[in-house]
Design a protein around this ligand. Sequence first.
Ligand code: NDP
Ligand code: 8X3
Length: 254
Amino acid sequence: MNGKTIFITGASAGFGAACARMFATDGNRLILTARRVDPLLKLQEELAAHSAVHIIPLDVSDREAVQGAIESLPERFRSIDVLLNNAGLALGLEPAHQVDLDDWDTMVDTNIKGVMYCTRFVLPGMVERNRGHIINISSTAGAWPYPGGNVYGGTKAFVTQFSRNLRCDLLGTRVRVSCIQPGMAETEFSKVRFKGNKEQAAGVYQGTEPLTAEDIAETVRWIVSQPPHVNVNTLELMSIDQAWGPFAINREQK
Ligand code: NDP
Ligand code: 8X3
C-alpha cells in the first residue's frame, strides 16, 4: 500500500499519530489534522524523510472549517484515497443524572458531527473518482453498554451504524467503508476523559496489557491493504485482558 493520499483527523496523539507513522513509512502522502498544531508540526518533521505531509489545524466540530480545509487542499493532496475519521473523545464517567451537559454537547459535536462533516465534504470526490476508503473509529462502547458510558457510547453507536448506512448508499461504487471498534487502548484517551487527572487515567490500565495505538494502526493497515473488491465492514478488537461482565442486578433487601 503506497502512493495514496490519506486524510487523518485527530493525528496529534494516540491512534491518529500511530496511523500517520504507519502510512508514512508505507510511502503515502498525508494530510494530518487536529486542534493542537505543535504535535502536528513535530510529526511533520519526524515523517519528512518518508512522506509529503500537509498539516491543517482543524476542529472537526466546526462545519465551515472542515469545508474550508477540504476545499482549499493543495492540488497534490486533493484526491483523497483514505479518510480516517479518528478524532474523538470521551468526557467524564458520571451517571446521566449528574453529568455536565457541556460534556455531552462536546462529545456529540466531535464524535458525531465531526464524522458527518468530514465524510460529507470528502465523499463527493471519492464517488466522482469511483475509488476511496472511509475508515471510521467507533468503539466497543458503541456496541456494549457500561455505567457512565451514556452519551460516549451513544456517539460510537452512531459511528457504527453510520458506517453501515454509508455502505448502503455507496453500493455500486468502488468506495469502501470500514468501521473499527477497539476496546481499552492506552493513549491520551483516559487523560482527556478524566480531565487531566493522570492517576485516575493510569488506573484504567493498571495491571493490564491494553491495546496500543500501534495495534490499531496495524489493523488499519490490514483493512486498507485488502484487495479492492473486499470491504471489511466492522472489526472489533480487545486486549486479551478485557472481556464482558455479567448483567448487573439490583438486589433490594426483602
Ligand atoms: P487520544 O486522546 O490519544 O487522541 C484523540 C485525538 O482526537 C487527538 O489527536 C485530538 O487532537 C483529536 N481531537 C479531539 N477532539 C477533536 C476535535 N474537536 N477536532 C479535531 N481533533 C480532535 O485518543 P485515542 O487515540 O485513543 O482516540 C482516537 C479515537 O479512538 C477516538 O475517536 C476515540 O473515541 C476512539 N477510541 C479510543 C479507545 C481507547 O481506549 N483509547 C478505544 C476505542 C475507541 P487535539 O486535541 O489536538 O484536537
Ligand atoms: C474507548 C473504550 O471502554 O473506555 O472507546 O469506552 S472505553
